[in-house]
Design a protein around this ligand. Structure first.
Ligand code: 0GY
Length: 301
């Protein structure tokens, strides 16, 4: 049995988040969260760039209930590489209330893809953040995209704002729905209009197959908690421009946070600040994630 020690600079997730004063709509989905290990049961990948704290499926489900969410979308984190065992275990224990986004390599077999689908996986993640992974060659990513497209899966992409121009043509040629993590990590000190964020808005405006998560103000903000006020105009602009193609997630257990650890209860206060009407909140938290992850149960698919 291997045991792991969390990186010294890492902050563990908040042990007792506040009860949120913002009440999410009935049936809300936390569409971006992770499970880590426990490392003794699901060892972290040898090629990982960080060693996290353990963050188990039961702790995730307890947080879901505490915050008032109904369902989770669990995204494979880089510390588990392409071994999706902890993710699959969480999905299988969720009684249908969690779906997943996996990381795979292009030597994955058809049988493995079918097993992932049966467990509740509905997408793959392509991670281009250099501090997190050694990215796969584009040819490998293209071959994965071509394999998963007929299964009705989508692709989640994670990249830093500086790299969007370089990857733009590859991204826009992808054959599936594509979900951009955390609005492409905008520089919120740059202008909302007339700066680099224009390219992200163009990506969304000109490609109807692109969705985005307006999540992780805690990562993006320079001002920090409790309001993450500098992220609000960016996220609000995206929600209002693309109300049917946005998702939101807690990002629990908040990998790689070193300056502060958000209180997940407080984090929910961000939602009404970026989605100002009940209709926008329902689309963001219920209708959109249900259409993407539980289309068979969605009322508006
Ligand atoms: C996130 C963000 C991060 C980490 C990962 O896979 C991961 O390790 O996603 C990050 O460090 O920015 O989306 O959870």
């Amino acid at each position: 049995m291997t045991s792991f020690t969390m990186d010294a600079k890492w902050l563990p997730f908040h042990p007792s988040p506040a009860k949120p004063s913002y009440i999410v709509p009935h049936g809300s989905v936390d569409a971006h969260c992770h499970v880590f290990g426990p490392g003794t049961q699901f060892p972290f990948a040898p090629e990982r760039k960080y060693t996290p704290c353990d963050a188990s499926k039961n702790q995730l489900f307890a947080l879901r209930d505490h915050l008032g969410f109904s369902r989770n979308v669990v995204v494979q984190a880089s510390c588990h590489g392409a071994d999706n065992s902890a993710l699959v275990d969480a999905l299988q224990s969720s009684e249908g209330l969690a779906r997943g986004v996996a990381t795979i390599k292009n030597d994955v077999s058809d049988g493995e893809l079918t097993a992932l689908h049966e467990a509740g996986v509905r997408g793959v993640r392509f991670n281009f953040v250099k501090r997190l992974v050694d990215s796969l060659p584009f040819a490998d990513l293209q071959s994965i995209a071509d394999r998963i497209a007929p299964m009705g899966w989508h692709i989640v992409i994670y990249f830093e704002a500086d790299d969007l121009a370089e990857y733009y043509d590859f991204f826009t040629a992808l054959p599936t729905t594509v979900v951009v993590d955390h609005m492409g990590r905008p520089d919120v000190n740059a202008p909302l209009e007339g700066g680099r964020f224009d390219l992200f808005m163009k990506l969304m405006a000109e490609n109807n197959n692109f969705w985005t998560k307006v999540s992780c103000p805690d990562r993006i903000s320079k001002l920090g908690p409790p309001d993450y006020a500098d992220v609000i105009p960016f996220a609000r602009r995206v929600v209002e421009a693309f109300p049917d193609r946005v998702l939101w997630g807690t990002d629990w257990p908040h990998p790689n946070m070193k300056s502060h650890m958000p209180d997940d209860g407080n984090l929910l206060e961000f939602i009404p600040n970026i989605a100002g009407t009940e209709e926008l909140q329902r689309k963001l938290l219920v209708d959109n994630p249900m259409r993407l992850y539980w289309p068979e149960e969605s009322v508006d698919s």
